[in-house]
Design a protein around this ligand. Structure first.
Ligand code: PLP
Length: 378
């Protein structure tokens, strides 16, 4: 291309796809697991050997994500959690991890289960204590999420990543809720950006995948790339193909979800049956000023509310909505409502009166009306 396109344009075109052999403008789905070598020199003609190590459908989605994140490179994994594993399994016994306490519970569980068996030292601390918990020379990994699931707490990416770099630790931002549409953590100093691509990147609740993007190539990055092939933690070709298709509408979807979420958050903030609204787009949110600095074009599609009532009352609301489907996960075009405490069980830290809303791309008035009707049940 002779002029650089803006990310929206690059995404709409699915990156810079090569035409298929038949001239199709949509990438071909490649199902072969193995590739014939040339007879004259026994070399693989396209550099492809076996599909546990390389796959053209991964590469298309990875290049697009790297473009959108302003990253040097990106890798796909079979789930968000497999992406967490890819990073922590590069650590050595005795290494120290600093992690924010209010991150996705499954990530915390992975740190605990793997860390205990592998002899990692893990400090799980509130976001405000992240910098203080970093020990120069000992801490190897600093992990946080912004906005953080499910309180949508905001972390100052630049401040934490600068402290991590000074201490010689790798900084990883789980940017699942922000997406590259709203935040590009590498521009704020992050070493690695992680996504559960199951969520907004794919956007249609029909693919499980994860992704990691890096600020620069490094020995750790090569270890992660190698781990994927040797551990066999790979995403299937059809999932990668669907993910690329989903990413083509990422900007439209995230912009609409964000504006809908702001409308829902404002309506809920006025609602007499709602005690608290957790949404970084509200001026009352403790992270609002930082969010305004590091997020562009919106504050995301995720809102949590605490109702005036107990756990059973929250469950009544979660089962009374009609548009908001009562299901876990997030980032799809359809809105979801979830009683988080039920899912997280006894190890969870979420209050029983909290409902997590993944706001989709429907008409905002329909969404607010649906919540109003359901809240009238308590
Ligand atoms: C869902 C989620 C994950 C885990 O991703 P999976 O694709 O379910 O393995 C990690 N981080 C965040 C913020 C998530 O929402």
């Amino acid at each position: 291309m002779d002029h650089p396109s803006r990310p929206e344009t690059v995404a709409a075109h699915g990156g810079h796809p090569e035409p298929t052999p038949s001239g199709g403008i949509v990438p071909a789905l490649e199902l072969s697991t193995t590739y014939a070598r040339r007879s004259q020199d026994y070399e693989p003609p396209a550099g492809l050997v076996y599909s546990r190590f390389h796959h053209p459908n991964w590469t298309q989605a990875e290049r697009l994500l790297a473009d959108l994140e302003g990253a040097a490179d990106a890798l796909l994994f079979p789930s968000g959690i497999a992406t967490v594993s890819a990073v922590v399994e590069t650590l050595a016994p005795g290494d120290h991890i600093v992690a924010q306490d209010s991150i996705f519970w499954g990530t915390r569980l992975r740190f605990r289960e793997f860390g205990e068996r592998w002899g990692l030292a893990t400090s799980v601390v509130p976001a405000r204590d992240l910098i203080g918990a970093i020990e120069p020379g000992r801490t190897k990994l600093v992990w946080f999420e912004t906005p953080a699931n499910p309180t949508w707490e905001i972390v100052d990416i630049e401040a934490v990543c600068t402290a991590a770099r000074k201490a010689g630790a790798l900084s990883v931002v789980d940017s699942t809720a922000a997406t590259p549409v709203l935040t590009r953590p590498i521009g704020h100093g992050a070493d690695l950006v992680m996504h559960s691509a199951t969520k907004y990147l794919n956007g249609h609740s029909d693919v499980l995948a994860g992704a990691l993007a890096c600020a620069r190539d490094s020995e750790i990055w090569q270890r992660i790339r190698s781990w994927r092939g040797t551990a066999g933690a790979i995403v299937g070709p059809f999932e990668a193909w669907l993910l690329l298709r989903g990413m083509r509408t990422l900007y439209l979807r995230v912009e609409r979800s964000s504006s809908n979420a702001l409308a829902v958050a404002n309506a809920m903030a006025r609602h007499p049956k709602v005690a608290q609204v957790m949404y970084p787009g509200l001026a009352t949110h403790p992270g609002h000023d930082i969010a305004r600095r590091q997020m562009r074009g919106g504050f995301g599609g995720m809102v949590s509310i605490r109702i005036r009532g107990d756990g059973p009352a929250a469950l009544r609301v979660a089962t009374a909505t009609q548009l908001f489907r009562p299901a876990t996960s997030l980032g799809g075009v359809e809105s979801l409502i979830e009683h988080r405490a039920t899912l997280e069980g006894p190890h969870g830290t979420v209050p029983p009166d909290l409902l997590r809303l993944s706001v989709g791309i429907e008409h905002p008035d329909d969404l607010v009306a649906d919540l109003d009707r359901a809240l009238a049940r308590i």
